[in-house]
Design a protein around this ligand. Structure first.
Ligand code: HEC
Ligand code: HEC
Ligand code: HEC
Ligand code: HEC
Ligand code: HEC
Ligand code: HEC
Length: 451
């Protein structure tokens, strides 16, 4: 037995060795299978293999850059990692293709390793034959709102059942009373007692009181709900004129939030993208293929119809491939909306506060970490088909975060901005061993958030 085990182990080791050597043979030009995965995860938002999407088709790109630009693999590595830096370095071909694509920015991929890129290039050089289409459903669609909605409905149903039960009981009691009143046994003493309504009430007053109590409880519940809804919009989730899914765009397609909400970086508002931004992609994406995902209960025809709405609004005629000039604005329902007397600035949080907010959030939620700063306030938007408010967005919510988030004094912005203040603050705020939270830089001053 023992010797069998030994052999078994040796065989395993031998198989392992064999596999690893064959993998390293493969590795010289990259592994197209892994490349396909990476391509789908990172590039399909803008590239297809054999047609132009936002960027050029990438099939055979290694050959193409060699013939068209005289560039080698090394150039491709640099371009894919950080095309911006490559352009900034004055590389002629890089700037040419940028111009050719109307200065549309490709994303940067500093996280891809050299091997990852080789794998992707192997995939674009030798794409495997297409596999049969997987049935496109992922049943893991757990909108956060569902449980809350369910409990509300349950409470209502249980209350209604309780009321119905009570009514039946009262009816039975009344019937008994009437029978009692009619019964001959009750002549004499009892008869007068029972017939008098006030006497009946006295005997059964607790029924009325019980009813009143239940009504009061229901009313309180309703009013409480109503108040919560006025002050706190958490969970607010309106239907939109176009069924635009963040789960599909930001989640499945991994499109960067700031490709659409680009002004978040620069200013006070973060804005809903204009229809032109949609057309950058949807001029070529006129159908939903749902290779990755389809929401239960929806089908391809539904999604295709929603994409058609973009054409209606922009006046694009997909058959003729031209604009007709007839446009209609889309009226998105605004979800987040602070009162006019509040000043909230995205750039303060998305640029200056980015690292501080991500670090602090991940420290507080070790099992639910975020990679993009937006999610600290807006929740996991990339898992939502329909955007819903993920937090209270009340004054208490802002302040709670300012009290507990340590400012990153070393980022470029704050270094410049708080040059002199820094040491003074360190002395002034020795709490937590000199940690400087947002309140220390004025994050609790009324005037900072109120006009
Ligand atoms: C946000 C859209 C976007 C994403 C995502 C994107 N690209 Fe691009 N890519 C472009 C655009 C646009 C161009 C054309 C050049 C330009 O405008 O900068 C381009 C050009 C290229 C080129 C040069 C092609 C040529 O013909 O010279 C390569 C190679 C490339 N992309 C690879 C990739 C890879 C690999 C990925 C995924 C890891 C990727 N791109 C992700 C938009 C994108
Ligand atoms: C392809 C474009 C696109 C991308 C990518 C995108 N969004 Fe959006 N976003 C929209 C559109 C269109 C709306 C308005 C319709 C809606 O509410 O769904 C919107 C709405 C929102 C809203 C609600 C705005 C309001 O009315 O208060 C928030 C918050 C938001 N997006 C955050 C994000 C975050 C965070 C990401 C990245 C994880 C992201 N978005 C990625 C297009 C995009
Ligand atoms: C960076 C590229 C890109 C941009 C910008 C973009 N989309 Fe899309 N969109 C896609 C891709 C990719 C798909 C999925 C196609 C597929 O899987 O077949 C898609 C699918 C859709 C669908 C069907 C699925 C769903 O979400 O309901 C709709 C509708 C849609 N987009 C609307 C919009 C609107 C509205 C905008 C502008 C606010 C927009 N898109 C901007 C790339 C983009
Ligand atoms: C510190 C919390 C916080 C962070 C981080 C944050 N937001 Fe917001 N966001 C808000 C608040 C608060 C509002 C409401 C602003 C208002 O009504 O004036 C808002 C509103 C929005 C809106 C609606 C339009 C508008 O500007 O009022 C969009 C879209 C949006 N955010 C997208 C983003 C994106 C994309 C990111 C990441 C790049 C992001 N947000 C990061 C708190 C945040
Ligand atoms: C997730 C945490 C978080 C939330 C929620 C948050 N903030 Fe902030 N806020 C920060 C951080 C971090 C900074 C410091 C940025 C920096 O490094 O300068 C900041 C800075 C500010 C500043 C500048 C303070 C100064 O003295 O320069 C204002 C104003 C502000 N926030 C307003 C708001 C308002 C209004 C809300 C609620 C609608 C809010 N913040 C919600 C984290 C948050
Ligand atoms: C970090 C940002 C921030 C700071 C600092 C701040 N507020 Fe507010 N305040 C808000 C926000 C956001 C709202 C809106 C809340 C809502 O709509 O639910 C608000 C609402 C209010 C309201 C309206 C009543 C209410 O609760 O809706 C009053 C009054 C108010 N603030 C007074 C103050 C005073 C006084 C100070 C200074 C001690 C102060 N605030 C400091 C963010 C702030």
């Amino acid at each position: 037995m023992i010797s069998w085990r030994k052999h078994y182990k040796q065989t395993l080791i031998a198989i392992g060795l064999l596999l690893s050597t064959s993998a390293s043979f493969y590795g010289q030009d990259g592994d197209p299978k892994n490349g396909e995965k990476l391509f789908k995860a990172n590039c399909t938002a803008c590239h297809a293999l054999d047609k132009q999407v936002i960027g050029p088709p990438l099939k055979g790109v290694v050959e193409r850059v060699k013939t068209e630009g005289g560039k080698d693999r090394d150039w491709l590595h640099k371009w894919i990692k950080d095309n911006k830096a490559l352009r900034a370095s004055g590389d002629k071909y890089a700037n040419e293709i940028f111009e050719k694509f109307n200065k549309t920015e490709m994303l940067q991929f500093p996280n891809l390793t050299e091997k990852d890129i080789d794998d992707i290039l192997a995939f674009t050089t030798n794409p495997p034959a297409p596999e049969p289409e997987p049935t496109a459903t992922t049943a893991t669609d757990t909108a956060a709102a569902a449980p809350a909605d369910k409990t509300t409905t349950n409470v209502v149903i249980i209350s209604l059942l309780a009321i119905a039960g009570l009514l039946v009981w009262i009816l039975l009691k009344l019937r008994q009373l009437v029978k009692l009143g009619q019964s001959e046994d009750l002549a004499g003493l009892n008869a007068t007692r029972v017939r008098s309504f006030s006497e009946i009430y006295e005997k059964y007053h607790y029924i009325g009181k019980g009813l009143l109590a239940i009504l009061a409880i229901l009313a309180t519940y309703g009013i409480w709900n109503w108040i919560m809804w006025i002050g706190v919009y958490k969970g607010y989730k309106p239907d939109q004129p176009i069924y635009f899914s963040h789960k599909i765009h930001a989640g499945e397609q991994k499109i960067d939030c700031q490709l659409c909400h680009s002004s978040a970086k620069y200013g006070k508002v973060s804005e809903i993208p204009s229809m032109n931004v949609c057309m950058n992609c949807h001029r070529t994406i006129s159908e939903y293929n749902a290779k990755h995902y389809m929401e239960p209960g929806k089908d391809k025809a539904f999604y295709d119809g929603e994409i058609q709405k973009i054409y209606q609004h922009t006046g694009w005629d997909p058959a003729k491939q031209q604009y007709t000039g007839k446009t209609e604005p889309v009226e998105w329902t605004r979800i987040h909306n602070m009162p006019d007397f509040v000043y909230f600035n995205h750039s303060q949080h998305v640029v200056a506060g980015e690292q501080a907010i991500i670090n602090s959030f991940n420290k507080k939620n070790p099992n639910n970490k975020i990679d993009v700063v937006c999610k600290a306030c807006h929740g996991k938007i990339d898992t939502m088909n329909v955007v819903q408010m993920a937090n209270d967005f009340t004054m208490g919510w802002c302040i709670e975060c300012h009290r507990t988030t340590e400012v990153d004094m070393n980022n470029g912005y704050n270094k410049e901005y708080f040059k002199n203040l820094h040491d003074k603050l360190k002395k002034q705020y020795p709490k937590d061993g000199g940690k400087i939270t947002v309140d220390a830089i004025g994050g609790l001053e009324c005037g900072k958030c109120h006009y």
